[in-house]
Each structure stands twice: as C-alpha cells, then as structure tokens.
Write a protein of this length. Structure first.
Lengths: 179, 428
C-alpha cells in the first residue's frame, strides 16, 4: 500500500470550509493542476490573511487542523487542491461528511483523532521547528516527531470501507471492479 | 424494531454491504451540473470509460454560470452539452430552459418519495422535502453514479427535528431553519439525516419544506427529509396521475415511507416556533444567527433574492408584498433571480416582476450566480449583502464581502430601508 506522511503543517482553526480551501471563482477550471496556486488563498486566521505562499506551507505533505474541516460545498476541487500541492493526509478532530468521503474516494487520508491527541500534536509546534508525521495503516497510528517536543504517537480508528478505498486507489477503481 | 424513513429507503436500495457500517445503494436519480460534472466526464473519457448506467436516470442542467460569462464557463457548458447528446440524456436543460438545479428538478417531477438521489452539489439535500434520501457528493461519487448507478454511504442515523406551535406572521421556513442551525451548530448533524416533522412541517407547502431541507447540510447533515403526504402528492400529481387512482391513493401509498412510531433516533430537537422572530446571520458561519432586531440598522449595499433556498414563486410573492408601491433605498442594489423559467414566467403573469422593477430591482435570468460569487452580483471588498441564499462564508459572494442570510421578506425590508430591518413594520 502507498506510504502516507511527511512534513506537517498546522492550522489552528475549526470549521475551515471548502470555499476557503478553494474559492468558487476557480471552479471554472477543468484541470486539477490549475488549482495548485490557489489552495487556501482566502483563508483568514485570527483576523489576518493566511500566507499560502509561505515556504513551510509549500513544503507541507500533512495538514493538521481542528474540527469540522472541509464543511460547506461538495466541491472535490478542495481535495484536488490539496493533492496537487502534495498533501495526501489531513488530520483533525472531525471532518464534514462530503469532504471526508471525497478524500477516501481519491485514495488519500482524512484521519480523525481525539481532541486530546490533536492538542498533543499542536503542542509539538509550540516552540517552532519542523514536525514530520508518519502514518501506519497496519497499526492505525500516526507518529509525529520534531518541533521541540520529541515524539507523539496516537491511535486512530478508520472505517473499514474507507481503508479498502485507499487500498484500491480510490472509489472509481473499487467500484469499476466490483459493481 | 421500527425504522426511520431513511432506514427504509436504504433497505429498499441496498446493493452491497462492503464493510461493517457501510452500504452501497442503487441510485434512482443522478443529477449533474456544469461545475462538478465536466471533470468527471473528462476523467471517464481519459480512462476509456465514457459510459452512463442509464440515460433516463441522469438529469443534467447548466445552472451555476449561465449564459456563459467567459471562455472557461463556455467550455464547461460545452462539455456537458456534448456529453448529454452523446449519451442521449433527454433531461438536459440548457440556456432558456435552465434554472437552479434544486428548484428545476423538483418542478419537473423528477424526485419521488422513497427515491435515492445524488448530485455533485451539497444542497442536494433539498430534495429530501419529497420524502427521498438525497445527498450531495463529490465528483468521484458522481462519476461512479454516472457509470454504475451506485453510491456508498455510512448506515444512516436520524435526528428528529420536531417543529411545533404556529408560525407568527412574517416568519418563514428560512427563519426556522436558521434557528435550528444556530441550535445544532455547523457540525451538530454531521453524518446524520435530519427528519423534519411535527404540525408546522405538515402545514408547510413543498416550497417551504424545500427551504428547510436545503439548509440541512449547513448543520453538517447528510440529508434533510420530510415525510411524504397529501401536500407531496398534490405537488407531484401532474407527474404521477397515471400511477395512482386518486390523490388519496397516492397519499396512502406514500405512507409506506413514513418512519415507524417505534423507530430509533439519534436525538430529538423540538422547536416551538410560536414566538420565533425573523432570523439573520452575522459573521462567516451559518450557525452565527441572531433575532433580526439585534442586527437592525446594519448597513446593506446589495439585496439578493434568489437561489435554491429562496428563489421560488412563494418567496418572490413574499418579497413583493413589501416592495409593492415602494422604492428601494438609493444606497442599495437590488437583484432578483427567479430560480427557474417557470417561476420567472409565473411571476410575470402575477405582475410581480413589475413590482420588483418599479421598486428599482434588477431582474436576472435563473442562475446560481452571486450565491457563490461566480457571477451576476459579486460583492466588492467591505460590502454587505442581505441575501436569501444559504451560505455566509468568508468570500462566498466575493472576496472581503459580508453576506447576511435571511428570509425573502426580511431581504425586501432591507432593500427598502438600506439596512437590516425587522419586516414586521411593513406588515398589516
């Protein structure tokens, strides 16, 4: 199975909606690649505009956030915008249903962790420094290392069907073979 | 053990149980629009899988940006148009016959009680008003729906939303659903079906039920759903009269989809609407809701009446009841977008379009347009809009703009005064 993980980027906010992940004005694009420069470009954090061109965000392979990530519009463009930016894992307390399904349908991961575990991950970043996160789909664990806090390991539960979708490389491949 | 309506629909459409808790359903209606479908079409073409499972079960419309505003939107429309022709999809609605999907498709009688419905659009939950399980999905789900006629869902849990009391004058379904979202919060119903029931829902027409179900997703719900009854049968009668001996027979047949009295719910919210005030959003989340008098005086630059939430004839009539004989404030730009050609035509017949135009409104063709900031009324930075739409997200109607969600009546009141206004002062 494909390996998941890498450099983590942390966004300390709940309810980030898909309009923020990729604004509707880019929905006229008919290739996924065209979404690449626009990921999270309208995001506001603590009243300030998010710098989506910052090097540490550009290098991100894993996104760690809070609850209800991906709410709002069903646009799979939100998932593709992450994908074409090299982000194949989003870790949060919870996700909006359609976004979560879109991630697994594309064969990539939306991992739900308990709030206490998310807090632990955020603590790693408190004093700056890069954090790397590895996902183990056999053991159902994420391991985060770096920052100033050493290492944190958290267990997650993944819906059995969603795991099959990841193994199959997404819902289209799975459904084409089975139905 | 009894079943909810959602459980009954799932049981009747179950194709496969691929893993514990997950269910693959046969889909009765796969609906498509030009924003989320072209990428699915192109992906299927690239993979040599350009097929459709059943052209009569696929309904397609160009609605988000129409007529095309630029080369890119023209190409999206063309991809849809060519695809519909290639696969003999007869229910395809193009310029002149097109309207906002969640208003147009019900009007055509495409959604029936007990149906399963998917679309690459989060407000697909609207169609639950007909006693259907209707869910918004992403492009990959849509792609598989087009190709195979199936979609996977988790086993549905249902939250019962019981609406009691009597709606005060000037308070509408929009105010009710905004208040419910305020109580549940934006993820209070995630992975759940919201079943709207109780005497207020039973007394509502289909238009109001669609407004309720439309915004279920704003509380995170998979779908909203109402129990199909005589009101449902009357609305659908032109399309189903060959199937049933009488309206009574249709109403009786629909009862098989009603939730059992011993059905198990994942929670109940009871709301008595007798003292409910008109509601309005502040901030960038649809659960940030206040009584309108708490927001009174907030300056408005634009008023937008339209969308899949509130662009139907009943909504236009409600707004016109205030606008008749009045002019909108000089500081306000008023935009009316009837949701479908039939609604537009009906509003013309009733003299309502003239009421809007005399008041100073611009009247647009049916389209989703400004609701998601794609065209036809985008806000400038720092501007505010009193809107009958469903989302107030940051940037939704244009970068730096603020959207205040409210009912058509409240929006009309704001148009007249130029600020958020309790519509009560305009009612007799």
């Amino acid at each position: 199975m494909k390996q998941f993980g890498g450099s983590a980027f942390f966004i300390d906010r709940s309810d980030i909606n898909t309009d923020e992940i990729i604004p509707a004005k880019y929905l006229t694009e008919i290739t996924k690649r065209a979404l690449q420069p626009h990921l999270l470009e309208d995001l506001i954090l603590d009243g300030k505009e998010f710098d989506s061109k910052a090097p540490d965000f550009q290098a991100a392979e894993v996104l760690v956030t809070r609850s209800n990530f991906g709410c709002g519009s069903s646009r799979e463009h939100a998932v593709w915008a992450l994908e074409v930016n090299g982000i194949n894992v989003v870790i949060g307390e919870s996700f909006a249903r359609i976004f979560r399904q879109n991630m697994f349908n594309c064969g990539i991961l939306a991992i739900e962790l308990a709030k206490a575990d998310i807090d632990q991950l955020f603590k790693l970043t408190k004093n700056g420094g890069a954090v790397k996160i590895a996902v183990d789909l056999q053991q159902d664990t994420v391991t985060a290392e770096g920052g100033q806090g050493g290492s944190v390991e958290c267990a997650f539960t993944m819906n059995a069907f969603d795991k099959e979708l990841v193994a199959a490389g997404g819902w289209l491949a799975y459904a084409d073979q089975k139905y | 053990m009894g079943q909810t309506i959602a459980e009954k629909i799932f049981a009747a459409h179950l194709r496969d149980t691929p893993a514990l808790g997950s269910m693959v359903l046969d889909i009765d209606v796969v609906m498509c629009h030009e924003i989320t479908t072209p990428i699915a079409i192109m992906d299927l073409m690239e993979k040599g899988m350009d097929r459709v499972f059943n052209p009569s079960k696929i309904k397609a419309v160009i609605d988000h940006v129409t007529p095309a505003k630029d080369s890119k939107t023209a190409m999206q429309a063309k991809i849809m148009r060519d695809w519909a022709r290639r696969h003999d999809i007869k229910d395809f609605f193009d310029v002149g016959r097109n309207g906002v999907c969640h208003a147009l498709f019900p009007e055509k009688g495409f959604i029936r009680p007990g149906n399963t419905v998917i679309m690459g659009d989060s407000h697909t939950c609207t169609h639950g008003a007909f006693g259907a399980f209707a869910a918004g999905v992403g492009t990959t789900d849509l792609e598989v729906g087009i190709l195979k006629g199936v979609c996977a869902f988790r086993k549905p849990e249902t939250m019962k939303i019981e609406i009691t009391g009597t709606l005060p004058k000037g308070v509408y379904a929009k105010d009710v659903i905004l208040n419910i979202i305020k109580q549940l919060t934006v993820n209070g119903a995630t992975d759940k079906v919201m079943e709207f029931c109780g005497p207020v829902v039973e007394a509502m027409n289909m238009s109001s039920r669609m407004t309720l179900c439309n915004m279920a997703v704003e509380a995170g719900a998979t779908s909203g759903i109402c129990l199909p009854d005589r009101t449902t049968a009357e609305y659908l009668w032109p399309f189903i009269q060959g199937d049933y001996a009488s309206l009574e027979a249709a109403t009786e047949a629909f009862r098989k989809w009603h939730s059992d009295t011993d059905a198990v719910y994942a929670g109940t919210l009871t709301i008595d609407v007798s003292t409910l005030k008109p509601q309005v959003t502040h901030g960038y989340k649809p659960d940030q809701v206040k009584d309108i008098n708490e927001m009174a005086g907030t300056k408005i630059d634009q008023v937008y009446i339209g969308s899949c939430t509130n662009g139907r004839i009943e909504d236009i009539r409600a707004a016109a009841s205030i606008l008749k004989g009045r002019a909108i404030a000089n500081s306000v730009r008023g935009i009316l977008t009837p949701a479908t050609p039939a609604i537009y035509s009906q509003a013309l017949d009733e003299g309502l379009i003239k009421v809007f135009m005399d008041a100073g409104f611009c009247v647009l063709n049916p389209t989703c347009g400004a609701c998601l900031g794609m065209s036809s009324g985008v806000l400038a930075e720092g501007e505010a809009c009193a809107s009958t739409t469903n989302r107030n997200f940051n940037g939704r109607m244009g970068k730096g703009g603020m959207v205040h969600l409210m009912s058509p009546l409240s929006a009309a009141a704001a148009a007249v005064t130029g600020e958020i206004t309790d519509p009560a002062q305009f009612l007799n």
